[in-house]
Design a protein around this ligand. Structure first.
Ligand code: APR
Ligand code: ZN
Ligand code: ZN
Length: 361
């Protein structure tokens, strides 16, 4: 039987979001209905509301979530009713050539759910990133559910579904940060801070946090940064070189998405170092570099999508590390809010004092 629950809808470009009754059908073959317990508010939800991602309104927002599987469709073996799961917005196969090479972002065989939730008048909803979890219940593909230890709080677990995974994965999966490495992280919002926490977890000896806002640098220190640089006052490339014996960092993680910070990342790495680009630029942005510098500096320039995560491997591992006290996921939760406070959370995003607002149901 299809069920009626409450969900947060973006009705049209730049219109305020509202909480509406939505219809969640029974799970079909390969699908699961999940009772959502927590869902973080991510910049991408705001971009959906602003029409920056697609014109396919109305959207059912929310994609950074954890909850309990309520029912599953035919042929589902990955999860069962009662399992506590984190949702991922890209159900990779884990078996193709790209997945086996450790680059699941390039998976050729992803399995997200068909989008078939509606409003009560039958209007089809487009779930944000194939999830739509600012809702009491949502319909996803079973492969979008990863079972984790239920001892973790839903609000902490949900964060691994997007931003925090992106940052931690940028460090440990894409950047391959290892014991003793020097790492510089440019931009210390939620994603940059997660990259700092990931680098700390991986045993980096030096973690240099760069931001233009001193409040962000203070938080970065709490996340594990050993040094901080305010790039409004100090040239960050010089500062990073000075802090790394004149060489530059082994791994530089860019978590802003602007030409000047891409350029800083390019020059702040050691000659054989790695640059990991996590910050997403806009289509009109360009970076101009002397070819001799591109040629002359070795190392690697990598982009990191969704932290190059393999949810089945990374979600349970990071939850376990959290439960062991080695990764503080709660530190990313600035506030918990109710479903009908999502618009307020979008406003607070602009003020720069929130890492994550999390809807708790
Ligand atoms: N130099 C250094 N830091 C900067 C600069 C700059 N020129 N401009 C902005 N920042 C800092 C901000 O002060 C803030 O701390 O970058 C941080 C950005 O943080 P958030 O806005 O919270 O964004 P976040 O969620 O962390 O995402 C960062 O990663 O996944 C991508 O799409 C995401 O492009 C975005 C980036
Ligand atoms: Zn997101
Ligand atoms: Zn694959």
């Amino acid at each position: 039987m299809a069920q009626q629950v409450r969900g947060v809808i973006a009705p049209g470009k730049d219109e305020p979001v509202r909480t509406e009754t939505i219809v969640v059908p029974d799970p079909g073959p390969g699908e699961a209905v999940v009772r959502v317990q927590a869902c973080g508010v991510c910049h991408t939800d705001l971009h959906y509301k602003q029409g920056g991602i697609s014109d396919d309104f109305p959207f059912l927002l929310g994609h950074e979530a954890a909850g309990v599987v309520e029912s599953v469709g035919d042929g589902v073996t990955e999860v069962a009713p009662g399992d506590f799961v984190i949702l991922n917005w890209r159900a990779v196969c884990g078996k193709c050539r790209a997945c086996l090479r450790g680059r699941p972002w390039y998976c050729f065989d992803t399995h997200n759910a068909e989008q078939r939730m509606t409003l009560t008048d039958g209007t089809e909803l487009s779930p944000a990133l194939g999830i739509g979890a600012f809702a009491e219940k949502t319909l996803v593909a079973a492969g979008q559910c990863t079972k984790v230890d239920p001892a973790v709080s839903p609000q902490a677990a949900g964060l691994l579904g997007c931003g925090v995974m992106a940052g931690i994965g940028a460090a440990i999966n894409t950047g391959n940060v290892g014991r003793g490495d020097s790492v510089a992280v440019i931009g210390c919002g939620g994603v940059g801070d997660a990259a700092i926490a990931g680098s700390h977890l991986a045993g980096a000896a030096r973690i240099i946090a760069v931001d233009i806002d001193d409040r962000k640098l203070a938080t970065a220190r709490a996340m594990g940064a050993t040094h901080t640089v305010n790039s409004r006052e100090t040239d960050p490339v010089e500062a990073i070189r000075e802090l790394t014996g004149g060489f530059g960092a082994d791994v530089v993680i860019e978590a802003v998405g602007r030409p000047e910070t891409y350029q800083q990342a390019f020059y702040a790495r050691d000659l054989a170092g790695t640059v990991v680009l996590v910050g997403v630029p806009t289509p009109e942005m360009k970076l101009e570099l002397p070819l001799l510098d591109v040629f002359g500096r070795g190392g690697a320039l990598k982009s990191s999508w969704y932290g190059d995560c393999l949810p089945s491997r990374d979600f349970p591992m990071l939850v376990d590390l959290h439960l062991q006290g080695r990764l503080d996921l709660e530190a990313f939760v600035t506030e918990t809010i109710a479903l009908d406070e999502v618009d307020k959370a979008f406003e607070r995003m602009h003020h720069g004092d929130v890492l994550r607002s999390v809807v708790v149901l």
